[in-house]
Write a protein that binds this ligand. Structure first.
Ligand code: ATP
Ligand code: ATP
Ligand code: MG
Ligand code: MG
Lengths: 165, 153, 153, 165
């Protein structure tokens, strides 16, 4: 159930489509300050169903649509697709891989797809339930967030253990 | 339900002492349930770097806290590996020696979990099988290039 | 009183735009009083890295935020240098290129302010006139040794 | 009015006396994680009058007294002395340098000295008023604290500007 592919277009600083292929093992993402590394992290959170703009460092959800630069106009839509291996049939589909897609239009309209078929956000979060993949739990740790696992609010940590247990 | 949680808790607790010792080269770490109300109470974290006296977590250094948090993360992963794990600069507070210990951990755990790590640190980069470089050749527009492949250049 | 504050505010505001441009190689930065209640209102920080669109501070990267904070600190120091300034790893989020820009700033400002910087970064160490190394030869006991002198080894 | 000397004994991990001399210009303090660098920073805050144990990463003030290790007993007293140049007579004393000393005993008793003469904590904070030296303001920035200068609570930042103005 490993990540195979991540396609980002119109999400934050990714005005031009970016297509990342991943293999098993360890992939490092490097680059200068402000180049877009954490934006890649945010795109994964977002396509997995993150609903809090604040968690994605914005104040409203449409902050994640490419806003333009001094020399380029903004875009009307942000789209992220995540492809996950399904060769062990962990997902209830006959395909060898599952692609989850999320779109947000400037109008506020959202679209969600599983293997190119329209669905609801609910279907995406339910798809990942009990797989260890998702926006809760401990599979995604954001910049500046690792110490939260030691948080003095022990209730925060309980979430972590319950997710694991 | 309560028993199942208790079992898992004890496994993570023991794993944590283990991963802590491996990352710190000694010392000891523990998890304690705040009270008997197992399903709703908080969890206390107790940590003692090698040779030092047991003190509150707040008195630890930035790097010691970071490394303890990493030990706990891996303790949970050891019990129940997730299919993939995305980490954004979690080793920021670590000195180079500790980054190397962290990188070795990544390599060991990568047999069961796929890791995607965003990093500035050479030690973490060296452990990677594959490297993506993010740049902004055109100001404000991110671009990604593949930099290194497994066993290749 | 109100006029005196307003004067100082305008100086820091202009300094900030200056230091920001120097550290980011362009772009622009501003400070805005929230309302006319000059002596009690909050102050908004507005920042735009070169070539990028003006957006809220929260959308900036970890390193861009760190560098903006450093620009503001130096804007205040430029107006009213303190006799000495102690900085504990304030350049942690910066990549190596930005650490070098920060180090150059330190050197310029060190004419008017004595700096004591705790750091892990080579760029900051290279700017120092003097280096103290802290170690724990005996576990849990800190010891300090002098490592480098001005113009010497 | 530059820092000339810092003497630390019994404060946090400084069981053995440490004597640091400083010169004008830039001094870098380096070392491995947990070696005691931020403890040096804390000792400067403390001798300048810091009253919040939480700011010094403790839960009660006597957390700053050396607590012992697996092989050494704890100490009964923490003492820090800071010597500042006074060649321009910025301080109302005839000496060419000013030494400020703070001691805390396990009993809870505190002692404060200026040039080896007993005084109150109040005398130390008043000595530094309007010099730019002190625990408020922007001359001491702790680990993980630089972003606070950008704090969304603009009241926090006002303190900074008022200190500067
Ligand atoms: N909607 C958007 N449209 C255009 N640009 C955006 C948008 N949202 C964020 N950005 C830009 O993305 C940049 C931040 O990128 P990111 O946080 O990924 O950097 P990073 O590579 O993680 O850097 P660091 O190493 O400093 O953490 C900011 O400069 C910000 O202006
Ligand atoms: N009262 C005390 N007695 C003995 N040791 C103490 C006391 N208070 C703190 N310490 C120890 O000091 C150490 C932390 O030191 P410090 O925060 O200065 O490290 P550092 O050099 O800044 O490291 P980093 O690079 O990780 O930030 C901890 O290991 C802690 O156990
Ligand atoms: Mg980032
Ligand atoms: Mg420190």
């Amino acid at each position: 159930m490993y990540l195979k592919r991540l396609e980002i277009k119109g999400f934050k600083s990714f005005a031009d489509k970016v297509d990342l292929e991943f293999d098993k093992g360890i992939t490092a993402i490097v680059g200068p300050n402000g180049s877009g590394k954490s934006n890649i992290y945010d795109s994964i959170k977002w396509v997995l169903g993150e609903q809090s703009a604040k968690t994605l460092r914005g104040s409203k959800m449409d902050d994640i649509i490419f806003a333009g630069t001094e020399s380029r106009k903004g875009l009307g839509c942000a789209e992220v697709s995540l492809t996950i291996d399904n060769s062990k049939k962990m997902f209830p589909y006959d395909y060898s891989e599952i692609t989850v897609t999320r779109r947000l239009y400037k109008s506020g309209e959202s679209e969600y797809l599983i293997n190119n078929t329209q669905c609801r956000l609910k279907d995406i979060t339910e798809l990942f339930m009990d797989t260890g993949i998702g926006t809760d739990g401990y599979s995604l740790i954001g910049q500046g967030k690792i110490e939260e696992i030691l948080s003095s609010k022990s209730e925060d940590r309980r979430m972590l253990f319950e997710e694991a247990a | 339900m309560k028993e199942q949680f208790e079992e898992k808790f004890i496994i993570i607790k023991n794993n944590f002492n283990q991963t802590f010792k491996e990352l710190f080269g000694g010392g000891f770490a523990d998890l304690k349930l705040e009270n008997d109300d197992i399903l709703t109470c908080g969890i206390d974290i107790i940590v003692q770097p090698p040779g030092k006296k047991l003190q509150s977590l707040s008195l630890l250094s930035g790097g010691e806290r970071g490394l303890s948090a990493i030990a706990l993360l891996f303790a949970i992963l050891r019990m129940k590996p997730t299919p993939f794990c995305v980490l954004d600069e979690i080793e920021a507070a670590l000195d180079d020696a500790n980054v190397n210990r962290f990188a070795k951990f990544l390599k060991d755990y990568s047999k069961d979990t796929q890791f995607i790590v965003i990093t500035h640190r050479k030690g973490s980069m060296a452990a990677a099988d594959m490297l993506y470089g993010v740049t902004m050749e055109e100001k404000g527009i991110s671009k990604v290039i593949s930099l290194k492949l497994k066993g290749g250049n």
